[in-house]
Design a protein around this ligand. Structure first.
Ligand SMILES: [Fe+2]
Ligand SMILES: [Fe+2]
Length: 216
């Protein structure tokens, strides 16, 4: 078990993650033009993309515990998609009109990752921690706007799952990133995900007029 390595990588990741999450935090109090239904459609796109990614890895990841982790994640993210689309329906948006996104650079990068260590590092370990952090900002924005129901859905259902995915990533990385070579690969992959996600979120924030939108 490489728990010392994971602890160190976790601290390194948290520092970099803070930069992404802090940008969103400043948008909570700023004039944010994006409306709730537009932001929840971003959540829909993220949830379906990560569900598809995890599902694609089920068949091609040989280690049984990791295979099952991705299978469970795919189901959880599909559940989040359903929760968000029901909330959108209650807000007057027809979720049936939702078009799954095409050509997202982050998911394109992750999809081609060949090894188990890279997959755990990218998705469960890094992407899930980004999601947890940016969702906290989004919930604060919803709370400020009086949208208690969206906050409740995230607090009671979505965030506990995202936290569990992240912790599963830590445990699996401790188990499988056992050599110096694997640990270097895990670190490089986490760095690349943070880099691509940071750039994608900055570009989306410029388009939306707020950096305070949800992850997956
Ligand atoms: Fe998740
Ligand atoms: Fe999710």
């Amino acid at each position: 078990m490489s728990t010392a390595f994971v602890r160190e990588l976790e601290a390194w990741k948290t520092e970099r993650l803070d930069a992404i999450v802090a940008t969103g935090r400043t948008s909570i109090t700023a004039d944010a033009p994006a409306d709730a239904t537009r932001m929840l459609q971003i959540a829909l796109a993220n949830e379906i993309s990560v569900s598809e990614l995890a599902a694609a890895w089920v068949a091609t990841t040989p280690e049984v515990d990791v295979k099952i982790a991705f299978a469970r994640q795919a189901g959880d993210e599909a559940g989040h998609f359903m929760l968000v689309s029901e909330r959108l329906g209650a807000l007057g948006f027809d979720a049936a009109a939702f078009q799954p996104p095409v050509g997202n650079p982050l998911f394109e990068y992750m999809r081609q990752l060949p090894t188990t260590v890279e997959r755990i590092a990218a998705s469960l370990f890094t992407l899930e921690s980004i999601a947890y952090g940016v969702n906290e900002n989004f919930m604060a924005l919803c709370a400020q706007r009086g949208d208690a129901e969206t906050v409740r859905i995230y607090r009671e259902y979505i965030q506990p799952d995202e936290r569990a995915h992240q912790e599963l990533g830590q445990r699996l990385l401790a188990k499988y990133a056992a050599t110096a070579e694997h640990q270097a690969l895990a670190r490089a992959t986490a760095a690349r995900v943070l880099e691509i996600a940071g750039a994608a979120r900055a570009a989306a924030a410029a388009k939306l007029g707020t950096a305070c939108f949800p992850g997956c």
